[in-house]
Design a protein around this ligand. Structure first.
Ligand SMILES: [Zn+2]
Length: 234
């Protein structure tokens, strides 16, 4: 029986599109690493067919062509054990689920690669609904703050006592607190000068905005949004 196998270039693309990580969201293992021989690497990943490579295989779809069967669209990158798992229990791992894994794994890789892709799909907010997240990656905090407020995110106003926190007595912390940005949670005066800011929406979700960079107007440096996340505790 003919098997419609993936070419090496398709396998490479599938692996790279998910940063060589297993696409099963409950696994996510890295599938490549160093070999004991310093000139070689080890690959534990498999380019799996979403619909089988041959008749009678898991999730085989007779309606698609050979070209479609060996295309990137029909592949998903998994570690060896997850590859075995999906093929041994195909009713539990149907085509639709594998496609969802693939979309999520690629979105996760994009987010990890670019710092933040700012699609509003990851991570899941605690509530089913949330106010939209505007495209704020890389914006100065001042600009991002206006966009967030426009989109329905309210800065959380921390108490005046919070202003005596040592973090807020120096650098970015002091700068933002004095500006009246009482949503500031904390600031790290060293390294990338990360600051965290808290917002809430009408659904009760809490959003944390993280900036990198020190505000130094004299050298044109400012704190820019590097990532964001939902937080469960309010
Ligand atoms: Zn896996």
């Amino acid at each position: 029986m003919a098997r419609d196998n993936f070419s090496q270039s398709i396998k490479d693309v599938l692996a790279k599109r998910v940063a060589h990580k297993c696409s099963n969201p409950s696994c996510g293992n890295i599938t490549t690493g160093p070999h004991a021989d310093s000139s070689r690497s080890i690959n534990l990943g498999v380019a799996c067919h979403i619909t089988a490579a041959s008749t009678g295989g898991p999730r085989f779809d007779s309606m698609i062509s050979t070209a479609e069967r060996v295309s990137v669209e029909n592949g998903i990158w998994l570690c060896q054990s997850c590859a075995k798992l999906i093929d041994n229990d195909e009713s539990r791992y149907p085509v639709a689920l594998l496609r969802q894994w693939k979309v999520e794994a690629e979105a996760g890789a994009l987010r990890a690669m670019s710092g933040s892709s700012l699609n509003d799909y990851f991570p899941q907010p605690p509530a089913a609904k949330h106010a939209p997240i505007p495209k704020i990656a890389g914006l100065s905090y001042e600009t991002a703050r206006l966009s967030l407020i426009d989109a329905g995110w309210q800065p959380i106003g921390y108490s005046m006592a919070h202003g005596s926190d040592p973090d807020l007595q120096v650098g970015n912390g002091l700068y933002f607190w004095q500006k009246g940005y009482y949503e500031i949670i904390d600031c790290c005066p060293t390294g990338l000068s990360h600051c965290r800011f808290g917002y809430r929406d009408a659904y009760g979700n809490k959003l944390i905005i993280i900036t990198s960079g020190e505000v130094l107007p004299q050298v044109g440096s400012t704190a820019r949004v590097s990532r964001w996340s939902f937080e469960n505790d309010i």
